[in-house]
Design a protein around this ligand. Sequence first.
Ligand SMILES: [Cu+2]
Length: 294
Amino acid sequence: MHSFHKVTSKMKLKHYATLASASFVSTAFAAQVQSLPGGPQVNGIDFQQPVTSIAFDQRSLNYMVMLICLAIGLLVFGAMFYSAIKFRKSKGAVPAKFHESTVVEIIWTVIPLLIVIGMVIPATKVVLAQEDVAHSFLTVKVTGYQWKWGYDYLDGPGKGISFYSTLTTPMAEIYGKEPKTNHYLLQVDHPLVVPVNEKVRIMTTAADVLHGWYVPAFGVQMDAIPGETRETWFKVDKPGTYYGQCAQICGKGHAFMPIVVKVLPLDQYQAWVKSTEATLKKNGGNYPPSGADS
Ligand SMILES: [Cu+2]
């Protein structure tokens, strides 16, 4: 009995030592990860850098509402602490004896209502702007699958192009056998490619369960629902590569269906359309496997 106990505690120690070294290794790996331009930032607590007017407006709305909350918080807690300290019983304060003041009730109803209206008006403008998909340069149908994205170019230059976009992060990184890179779980074989400064209309749907097409830098988050299409748009100001993730819990591969959008100058976009059409034609409509165009 005694020796058995010894053995188990020894095993436990060894187990803890393994855990400790594993966590040390993972922190060492984590420390190497840098901010990803167009994607998540190390220690980022604010919105991602907006690259569309909608994302910019959303961030401004957030700041405005936070400032209003801060002002209300300071005012309410300031008045509360001031009253509690200044008019405390030990100082001989005597409470007034009244209730039901119509004036006070009107004031504390009307002022918050005005504050809410003040926030609703600019917010509604942005919501309506998000809905306005008219005069788009390009229309892409985005289909969520367990667990990848499908992109079909329905209208505009590139019409007819259609492909899947699947995760390319190596399994060794996922299982912690290799250090994680800045693109960890944010890399795909075939990114969505769109032109800069042009309105891109996105129609989302799903083939199995709910998914969500979410690119923070664009201020776009649209649910992808089976049997239904929903639409939104974005117009990116700056060429670059932008990253997002599925935003609806969609099963065990939810974390493994990232969104990568390559935003190119128009001439480069048109060149991409040409070469992609040629590639698809050569391969009978199929994109060659991973990495062929990255
Ligand atoms: Cu999903």
